[in-house]
Design a protein around this ligand. Structure first.
Ligand code: KG4
Ligand code: ZN
Length: 332
């Protein structure tokens, strides 16, 4: 049995978890800072760093206590190295380094997106690479061919605003609180599909995404026709969500055609969206969405990723530094 402690502090969640053999979650503690950042309309990095410092020890100790695993039984400490906000990342990294040094345990620097993909290993015991993965989060809309554990080929990615970022920005325009994704989803339920906001499909074979044109079109629309009543705002939220998911669905069809993939794994915060789940259900592919608690940021997914690093004979030096723009090929 191999137990990994995972630590995640890349944005506004302070999270720690203990996972057995990369798949079985023994504890999963997430301290969300959303109520703190909501008053500012978005994450304030310095405020996030300070809050992480304040609570990280308690979060880690609670994760260990709930797992009923003693620190000396751990096989390694996995921690998000990047991408993310540098201050918040450094808090988790410094804590993990001290813990790993103190206990004489391997340090495992994990890529946040690898973690999001591994979230699916927690939910689906039968899931094994190779498969096609789409990550839709606050910072990324990326297709990867997952060749093996920890082995990725980027097939297409975000050219400007990521999908979650577009949800957050449209939410702001509609005076909805942070984080915008779930708020837009909720408001869209009472709206109708009336606006043909422009969809950027890009070059014929491109698997890249661009949502900034759609976002600007909504901003221009609101300048010309301020949405004063709830019905107007709900129609905009609904139409934006449908057009954004039209793009996602068409790109997925393209990706399946190009790669011949049989299995598609969706990961990241936007994967929590029920409308997205319903829209993709009919696709002729073995479709996997993680349960909601593993879609948004958590440390169980980071522990799972760390387990597969150890399985691949990898670990990180204590000189490991936070990398806000880390790419998926250069982790650890
Ligand atoms: O994966 P995540 O928790 O953090 C990052 O790694 O970015 O994703 C957060 C993003 C935010 O942009 C948030 O608005 C979006 O995921 N999100 C959603 C939903 N829940 C979270 N977007 C659409 N619908 C949702 N239900
Ligand atoms: Zn994330």
């Amino acid at each position: 049995m191999s137990y990994i402690l995972g630590i995640e502090t890349s944005c506004d969640e302070t999270a720690a978890a203990v996972v057995q053999d990369g798949r079985i979650v023994l504890s999963n503690i997430v301290y969300s800072q959303i109520p703190i950042h909501r008053q500012f309309g978005g994450v304030v990095p310095e405020v996030a760093s300070r809050k992480h410092v304040e609570v990280i020890r308690r979060v880690v100790e609670t994760a260990l206590a709930e797992s009923e695993i003693q620190a000396h039984e751990l096989a390694g400490i996995a921690v998000t190295q990047g991408p993310g906000l540098v201050g918040p990342l450094l808090v988790g990294l410094s804590f993990a380094k001290a813990y790993s040094y103190g206990l004489g345990l391997p340090l495992l620097g994990v890529h946040h997106l690898d973690g999001h993909i591994c979230a699916n290993y927690l939910a689906f015991p039968d899931l094994e690479p190779p498969f096609l993965a789409l990550i839709v989060s606050g910072g990324h809309s990326h297709f990867y061919h997952v060749k093996d554990y920890g082995e990725y080929q980027l097939l297409g990615g975000t050219r400007d605003d990521a999908l979650g970022e577009a949800f957050d920005k449209v939410a702001r325009m509609l005076d909805l609180p942070y984080p915008g994704g779930p708020e837009v989803e909720k408001l869209a339920l009472s709206g109708q599909d009336v606006y043909a906001f422009p969809m950027a499909m890009l070059e014929e074979d491109s698997l890249d995404f661009s949502f900034s044109g759609m976002k600007s079109a909504i901003r221009n629309h609101l300048h010309k026709h301020p949405a004063t009543d709830l019905k107007d705002r709900a129609d905009i939220a609904h139409s934006f969500q449908e057009r954004a998911f039209d793009v996602v669905e068409q790109k997925i069809k393209r990706a399946i055609k190009q790669t011949g993939a049989n299995t598609l794994v969706i990961a990241g915060g936007v994967a929590a969206n029920q409308r997205l789940r319903d829209r993709l259900n009919h696709l002729p592919v073995d479709l996997r969405f993680p349960p909601l608690k593993y879609c948004t940021d958590n440390a169980a997914m980071i522990a799972s990723s760390g387990y597969y690093m150890i399985q691949n004979g990898k670990h990180s030096p204590l000189t490991l530094n936070a990398k806000p723009n880390l790419s998926l090929h250069s982790c650890g």
